[in-house]
Design a protein around this ligand. Structure first.
Ligand code: AMP
Ligand code: MG
Length: 482
């Protein structure tokens, strides 16, 4: 019985500095925890006739599929503003799989053992964080936000030592590619223009073939990546997603959300929300995400300088002009996104004030971000007296007046709102509790959460058990690199 792998590996054919050829380090006793059937179907992979032991052998890297060719990719990155040489220290890309539609996907094992780039790390990952990435990345996908996906998690049967011994696990991550801003930084730091050209051409051919014949490919790449990243961060702001570690090595050139370390969803509306235990200064706080996106794009632009124009000053001038359009583009998209959240069609001069007044009220009254929009859609989740407040009532009158300008009935407005406001998000305590059960070998609650989060815009049986704001915790802390 064949699974349907169709590998066509192109990145591994790039020159040596781009990657190290290396196989995953075998593990002792692999055991399948979860396999993503929906994603398998999208990839045209069929595991229905393969027994779980064989699947575990496969997704642990103990037996590699025919046609794969494992590599660890080299990259660099600004981590909290500081430049470092990095690379896949605990992951290998086993190859690029083509679906029947010829869509190309990186298949990567995360937690697969040491590589040249491991520095002091053990190359391994623990069960909790890998399952957490599975839950949240799949939730993001179902929220209609570009993201890497999760195909499988296996336990390795080996312990990994963190603050205490934890069960080891490997996640199979699926991505349009794993090329990052940091990949460009790595190559640019080597200061060989021909290598930079190879990367530029590779990326354009793979992700943006429509600019292949453009007059200035480098500046056009900056423009398309900027557009993708603005769309992405606007989506994050829409659902209250806080990435937590927006280092340049965690920004994908394809525009997918990547690297689910310390991420978490904001509950109580507070623009300064930070969950990551190491983000002491709030560099990656909710409200800073657009600013950091621009900062990272500026680092990307710096890499491209030698390719934009022969005259360096001219090159900087051209790149700066592009980067300067960031704020206007972001604001326009953010405003439209917020209009959708409020069911506002068209645009009116006072829309921005209306939106900001609601956000200010939410901040002052400490209301739950997701559930406030549910309330506006007529769905009561937390019995909340805050909505009786005079300020809120008068804001609501202004909002309803604005609706009357739409020439649309309330039903149409709600339909628009229902398409962008999730009824359920991965709440911190709820995910944490599921991971505790999983650690004890019980995966029922993990699977139940994944099921509920697969339809975040629909009312479902039992959904109410997953919506309460109390399933979050103000003092919640997240950790990365575990
Ligand atoms: P991250 O914080 O996940 O973006 O990872 C930053 C860098 O640390 C990347 O180069 C990772 O490959 C590397 N890294 C994270 N955890 C480990 C580990 N356990 N062993 C080796 N390298 C790691
Ligand atoms: Mg990373």
């Amino acid at each position: 019985m064949t699974i349907g792998w169709c590998f066509d590996n192109t990145y591994s054919k790039l020159p040596d500095p781009f990657r190290e050829k290396i196989d995953p380090v075998p593990v002792k006793n692999p055991e399948l925890v979860i396999l993503n059937k929906n994603l398998s179907k999208e990839l045209n992979l069929d595991f229905s006739n393969i027994d779980n032991n064989k699947i575990a052998e496969l997704f642990s890297g103990n037996s590699l599929p025919p046609g794969s060719n494992s590599i660890a990719q080299a990259y660099a990155g600004h981590q909290f503003g500081h430049f470092t040489m990095l690379g896949d220290g605990r992951a290998v890309l086993i190859g690029e799989h083509l679906s029947k539609k010829k869509d190309r996907y990186d298949i990567q094992f995360k937690g697969s053992g040491k590589t040249t780039f491991s520095r002091n790390g053990d190359g391994r990952a623990a069960l909790g964080p890998m399952l957490r990435e599975y839950i949240i990345s799949e939730a993001m996908h179902n929220l209609n936000i570009p993201t890497t996906r999760s195909l499988a998690v296996v336990k390795t049967g080996e312990d990994v030592v963190r603050e205490k011994p934890l069960q080891g696990a490997i996640l199979t991550r699926v991505a349009l590619s794993h090329i990052r801003v940091g990949t460009f930084q790595y190559i640019a730091a080597r200061d060989k223009k021909n290598e930079l050209e190879i990367l530029l051409n590779y990326v354009i051919q793979r992700h943006y073939p429509n600019i292949q014949n453009s007059k200035n490919k480098a500046i056009d790449l900056l423009k398309v990546v900027m557009e993708k990243q603005i769309n992405l961060v606007v989506n994050w702001m829409r659902v209250g997603f806080i990435h937590g570690v927006m280092n340049t090595d965690n920004m994908s050139i394809s525009g997918e959300t990547i690297d689910y370390g310390p991420c978490a969803f904001m509950d109580t509306y507070d623009p300064k929300t930070v969950f990551s235990s190491i983000d002491h200064l709030g560099r990656y706080a909710y409200c800073n995400q657009p600013l950091i996106t621009k900062w990272n794009l500026t680092r990307f632009a710096e890499c491209l300088i030698p390719l934009i124009h022969n005259d360096q000053n001219k090159s900087i001038e051209i790149a700066t002009e592009t980067l300067n359009s960031f704020e206007k583009k972001y604001e326009e998209k953010w405003l439209n996104m917020m209009r959708d959240k409020l069911g506002l069609f068209g645009s009116e001069d006072n829309d921005k004030i209306l939106i900001l007044d609601l956000l200010t009220w939410m901040h002052q009254k400490k209301t739950d971000y997701t559930n406030t929009f549910c309330h506006l859609m007529g769905l009561e989740i937390d019995q909340n007296d805050k909505f009786q407040d005079d300020d809120f009532q008068s804001w609501k009158e202004r909002w309803q007046k604005r609706h009357s300008l739409n020439n649309k009935n309330y039903e149409k407005c709600v339909k628009l709102m229902r398409s962008v406001n999730p009824l359920v998000i991965p709440r911190n305590i709820m995910v944490e509790n599921a991971l505790k059960d999983a650690d004890k070998g019980n995966f029922d609650s993990t699977k139940k959460i994944i099921g509920i989060l697969s339809n975040p815009y629909l009312e479902q049986k039992d959904i109410i058990n997953y919506q309460a704001a109390s399933l979050s915790n103000k003092n919640y802390k997240t950790f990365c690199g575990t």
